[in-house]
Ligand binder design. Structure first.
Ligand code: SF4
Length: 695
């Protein structure tokens, strides 16, 4: 043991896996990270991001004092001055004129308080967060199919699967400690299938790679469903006892486009591989499904997830260990931010803002007589649309830890939208491309500087523990919100001294969290919701005996394939798809300040097929221009055989070559998620560019 060193057990701030780690603290500085051996999910392992999670905490450019923009420049201000200004300005707007953008990086307590502030103080349901951009299609689709929009199974029981179907997820790079479970399952004999347009590290590890064309997921899944029915491999008992709507599903997949040749023509996957995948998924039981944003971020995102729910019900793979429909959540607390009601249509625990019973319950818990209208607010993507295209309708924007300038689709339009905001507040730990546009910036605490909870992708509610004080005058987001509410006349409703007091209120307000408390989640195994009472053990697997739908049955939803909003054309002959790098996270504000992570991958790139690159005379490493109908960026080419012809890939973390300048903001009609994963694009050589290696 190093003298004067203490270790604080907490939760990784990056992805939704929710690994446990120990922050090594000496002299009020976090000097390192150790994996938490006793933690059930990561069992003493961490990926690169977790390993270096401390490196951004003490960055020189942390925000340390409130800033107010005067004459176009930010000047430091006192907390009183900043909060009084915000209180005065927010009070001048009506409920329809304000929008609150919460954060999947912030704690449950902070997201709960954020939506409470919007609903109690500002009387608006205009609150949302970045789940809109990643898994809103999951929430809509699984609520319809199963009555609950969360991951059905646990990370731990993946090892019991005999087949794991991974679609639209590069699990090894995006959720590495779930990737480890795939390896362990394979060692126990499981077969892994990966459907992805790229030969990712996950696809390389798989027994079968289905090189699917972006935007053809429904066609592939309907093809698998048809082949399973033709083979007589469906689970008749499960279908009859636990589901309804099978006959309409069967009729839908009897069309020509779901035959093996039809499916192959649309998806680009060889017929034999479709047949092999169908047989493996249906006959190797239990089979688990893992998917992520390659499935959800489409104008057909809800239909894609409905099709996957069909597939897993058809094969009886719900409600038992090693099976299930498992959406892998991106950010550390995106599940929690949804659970806490940082959404326009629900309070915490998915209680509808339109139902009288839910409204009465919230008024009682919050001790208020009035809430805003009993009508869902607008989504964050609709908010951007209104700001960009109908200036003057929406006036104020309040952000907590979000950077839409990098994370939203069609960046030029986002810039136009944010320029149209009359008054903008941002709580952040660093200046970002978005805070630069704000009127007031409030310095927030990082994950190491506050207490709270995060809920990971398998619904596990875990503790975040304070290791050090925040720098300068920065404070936790929950404390900022409490102070602001008090400045706006809501003293008793927002009177909290510790994060734990907020959590106790969450348990009172939220049936699925009712039995969870800080003492009960001291143990690293924590608790998985639903946990309805103080002695309930939590729920590792959902829908074991009945689904959460009103009739208790799983609902098949016949869906038909339709192409993405934008398809390749003469001018834009390629399909651009986007994603993450192993070494970076989201908009990069934390990982790009980590010398170890940023040193490994310093900027973005475009991955392109080697045959197409050769036809265009483009060499590996050459800087090229990538354009779409919305803009252009310049970045180095990575020429590889590991991506399908006709497809290019750009990671979206890098402000100097932002993929989201190119992506399409067309929305799924139900979930309002943009189509990040498929738009028409082109690659051009730059005239006069000299390769450093010559030639
Ligand atoms: Fe953190 Fe996710 Fe890596 Fe685990 S897998 S260490 S939660 S980034």
């Amino acid at each position: 043991m190093i003298p004067d060193m203490k270790f604080v057990a907490t939760t990784c701030p990056y992805c939704g896996v929710g690994c446990g780690l120990l922050l090594a603290v000496r002299d009020e500085r976090v000097v390192g990270v150790e994996p938490w051996q006793a933690h059930p999910i990561n069992e003493g392992k961490l990926c690169q991001k977790g390993r270096y999670a401390h490196q951004f905490i003490h960055s020189e450019d942390r925000l340390k004092t409130p800033l107010i923009k005067r004459g176009g420049s930010f000047v430091p201000a006192s907390w009183d001055e900043a909060l009084q200004l915000i209180a005065r300005r927010l009070s001048s707007y009506g409920p329809e004129e304000v929008f609150f953008l919460a954060s999947a990086k912030a704690t449950n307590e902070e997201n709960y308080l954020f939506q409470k502030f919007a609903r109690v103080v500002m009387k608006t349901n205009n609150v949302d967060h970045c789940a809109r951009l990643c898994h809103s299609s999951t929430v809509s689709a699984l609520a319809k199919a199963f009555g609950s929009g969360a991951m059905t199974n646990s990370i731990l029981d993946l090892e019991e699967a005999r087949c794991i179907f991974v679609i639209g997820s590069n699990t090894f790079e995006q959720h590495p400690l779930i990737g480890r479970r795939l390896v362990l399952a394979r060692r126990r004999g499981a077969k892994v299938i990966s459907a992805d347009p790229r030969l990712t590290p996950t696809a390389k590890e798989a027994d079968l790679h289905l090189p699917i064309r972006p935007g053809t997921d429904v066609a592939l899944i309907n093809g698998l469903v048809r082949r399973i029915i033709e083979g007589g491999w469906e689970d008749r008992g499960f279908i009859e006892e636990r589901t309804r709507g099978f006959e309409t599903l069967r009729e839908t997949v009897m069309k020509e486009e779901s035959t093996l040749p039809g499916t192959s023509r649309i998806t680009g996957v060889p017929e034999g591989d479709i047949e092999a995948a169908a047989e493996m998924i249906a006959t190797l039981k239990p089979a688990a499904l893992l998917y992520s944003m390659g499935v959800t971020q489409h104008t057909s995102g809800v239909e894609n997830v409905l099709a996957l729910a069909n597939l897993m019900m058809l094969t009886g793979n719900i409600g038992r260990p090693g099976s299930g429909v498992n959406p892998l959540r991106g950010q550390n607390n995106v599940q929690g931010a949804c659970d806490m009601g940082a959404l326009p249509n629900v309070f915490s625990g998915y209680q509808s803002v339109e139902e009288d019973g839910c409204r009465r319950r919230m008024k009682r818990v919050w001790g208020v007589e009035e809430l805003g209208e009993a009508r869902a607010g607008i989504t964050s993507t609709e908010m951007m649309e209104i700001l960009a295209d109908r200036p003057g309708r929406m006036k104020a924007l309040y952000l907590m830890g979000e950077n839409p300038m990098i994370s939203e689709a069609d960046q030029n339009r986002v810039r136009r939208a944010l320029d149209n905001v009359e008054f903008m507040v941002s709580q952040e730990i660093f200046m970002t491309e978005t805070t630069e546009l704000a009127d007031v910036v409030l310095p927030a605490a990082s994950f190491a500087e506050k207490d709270g909870t995060f809920t990971n992708t398998d619904r596990r509610v875990q503790r975040l523990r304070k290791a050090i004080d925040p720098p300068g005058e920065a404070m936790p987001d929950w404390e900022i919100l409490s102070r602001l509410a008090r400045a706006m006349g809501y003293g008793k409703e927002f009177d909290y001294r510790r994060a734990e007091e907020i959590f106790e209120e969450i348990a009172r307000a939220t049936p699925s969290y009712a039995g969870i408390s800080y003492p009960r989640i001291e143990d690293p195994h924590a608790l998985q919701w639903p946990c309805p009472g103080p002695h309930h053990p939590g729920t590792p697997i959902l829908h074991v005996e009945r689904f959460a739908t009103p009739d208790g049955l799983g609902h098949f939803s016949p869906v038909e394939w339709r192409p993405p909003a934008e398809v390749p054309s003469e001018d834009y002959p390629l399909i651009l798809t986007t994603g993450r790098s192993l070494w970076h996270w989201h908009a990069g504000s934390m990982t790009r300040r980590s010398e170890s992570l940023d040193g490994e991958v310093e900027t973005g790139w475009v991955e392109m097929n080697e045959e197409e690159a050769e036809e265009m005379g483009i060499r590996d490493g050459e800087v090229v221009r990538v354009s779409s109908r919305r803009g252009k960026i310049e970045l180095p080419a990575r020429v590889t055989s590991e991506i399908k012809r006709g497809v290019i890939f750009v990671p979206f973390h890098f402000a100097e070559c932002p993929a989201n300048r190119l992506t399409n903001a067309a929305l799924d009609p139900v979930s309002k998620i943009p189509e990040f994963k498929a738009c028409a694009a082109r690659v051009d050589k730059l005239r006069g560019w000299q390769h450093p290696r010559g030639g």
